[in-house]
Design a protein around this ligand. Structure first.
Ligand code: ARG
Length: 410
């Protein structure tokens, strides 16, 4: 077969690549740069990932492609989620979940470019990622065959290491790490190892991007996020560059650590630890601006739809038309989402300390308790009279009924 393999360079997909090649298949390794290694090396993630590409070729891949998808990931996936303030179960900014439909799309594009007829991934049968990738591939290219060898034949860590040893697959240092980690610019997820017991506090070595509580700078950092029709920027930084910078600043202040019990698509509960400094900060800022410019009814309606949006992403339904419909709703409201939000990033928290917008519905001369108050206090009495009419009518009926049924004393 001619297979495009989603290749991270890690132990599992390296073993997979070698197995395919030894079985006589022709394999193209596809590696997507979603900004994970920017967070590790600071700069030059394309150069860092070039080593992953060369590793695939050394293992015998017919071709190996490294796709810089950072900007596409942020613009076409993360910022749509930001417009919906998307956090699964109210907490997790969906970093891994958002990346899978893009990876699926890149697999499809790579298969088309090479004229291949199958794609493969290294997801296990227990997780959400297999669902997200395969639904994404089916939506974009129903004719492609999707292979999930580690689902069909799970590979234990010792077996993978033994195979690597026997077949000259280089094992990197990270394979020794006691966690399963997935990361991109929108966040980093940490699973397995000692975290599997939900009573165990996450050890400090689980975290890479966020400062240990107590070691953050005492005064914190102040940032101002500007939004232009819903699209954020900070001091001229935009897109992937902005998210990278916010990860750095917010992470140094310990912002964005999450520890939760999560409900997976496949029905089981899992213990998940995340660090998402940049995305958490952007979502907090976005929510603050919405509160300033949207009406109460818009906010109420949007809250329900936002929750649905997060579930769509989590559940691997990115390609469903409902997602596009909700994007259109969010885009309509984003016409007024222009303004600035100031946040204090301090001791693990992103605290909004100010907001302003030309579209603000907040009006100081109506809200003030000081001089210059323009609110019609005299109109409030009449408003309450009519607003409370149904409640008053109901209460009167209930009182009359209680009167009729009161037993009389003999
Ligand atoms: N539980 C998270 C999610 O479903 C994180 C998944 C991380 N994926 C991974 N292969 N380690 O989105």
């Amino acid at each position: 077969m001619k297979i495009v393999l989603a290749y991270s360079g890690g132990l599992d997909t390296s073993v997979l690549l070698k197995q395919y090649i030894l079985a006589g298949h022709e394999v193209v390794a596809m590696t997507a740069n979603l900004g994970e290694s920017d967070m590790v090396s600071g700069e030059g993630s394309q150069d860092a990932l070039e080593a992953v590409r060369r590793k695939a070729l050394a293992l015998g891949a017919k071709d190996a492609v490294l796709i810089d998808a950072r900007e596409r990931f942020i613009q076409e996936y993360a910022y749509k989620a930001l417009a919906a303030n998307a956090r699964y179960q109210g907490v997790y900014p969906l970093s891994a979940a958002l990346s899978r439909p893009l990876i699926a799309q890149l697999l499809v594009e790579t298969a088309a470019a090479h004229g291949y007829d199958a794609v493969a991934h290294g997801c296990t049968g227990k997780g959400n990622d297999q669902v997200r990738i395969e639904v994404g591939v089916r939506a974009a290219a129903p004719h492609l065959k999707t292979l999930a060898p580690l689902r069909d034949t799970p590979l234990s860590r010792p077996d993978a290491l033994a195979y690597a040893q026997a077949h000259g697959v280089p094992v990197s240092q990270t394979a020794a790490k006691p966690y399963s980690v997935d990361a991109n610019l929108w966040g980093r997820s940490i699973e397995a190892g000692v975290l599997e017991n939900p009573w165990n506090a996450p050890p400090e070595d689980a975290f890479d991007w966020t400062a240990t509580p107590g070691t953050e700078p005492a005064g914190g950092s102040e940032v101002i996020i500007a939004f232009e029709r819903g699209v954020p920027s900070m001091n001229g930084r935009t897109g992937a560059d902005l998210v990278f910078e916010l990860n750095r600043i917010a992470g140094a202040n310990g912002v964005g650590r999450i520890d939760m019990i999560e409900d997976r698509v496949v029905g089981l509960k899992s213990r998940e630890v995340y660090e998402c400094p940049g995305s958490v900060t952007l979502i907090e800022a976005h929510i603050a601006l919405e509160r300033l410019v949207l009406t109460r009814d818009e906010l109420r309606t949007k809250a329900g739809l936002d929750q649905k949006y997060a579930e769509i992403i989590y559940d691997g339904q990115w390609s469903a038309p409902l997602r596009g419909a909700l994007d259109a709703f969010n885009a309509q409201l984003a016409q007024r989402m222009t303004g600035e939000v100031r946040l204090a990033l301090i001791r693990g928290r992103a605290v909004v300390t100010g907001s302003r917008s030309p579209f603000a519905l907040y009006d100081e001369s109506l809200a003030t308790y000081g001089h210059g108050d323009r609110f019609r206090h005299d109109a409030a009495g009449g408003f309450i009279e009519i607003w409370g009419l149904p409640v008053a009518a109901g209460a009167a009926k209930a009182a009359a009924a209680a009167e009729r049924s009161t037993p009389t004393l003999v």
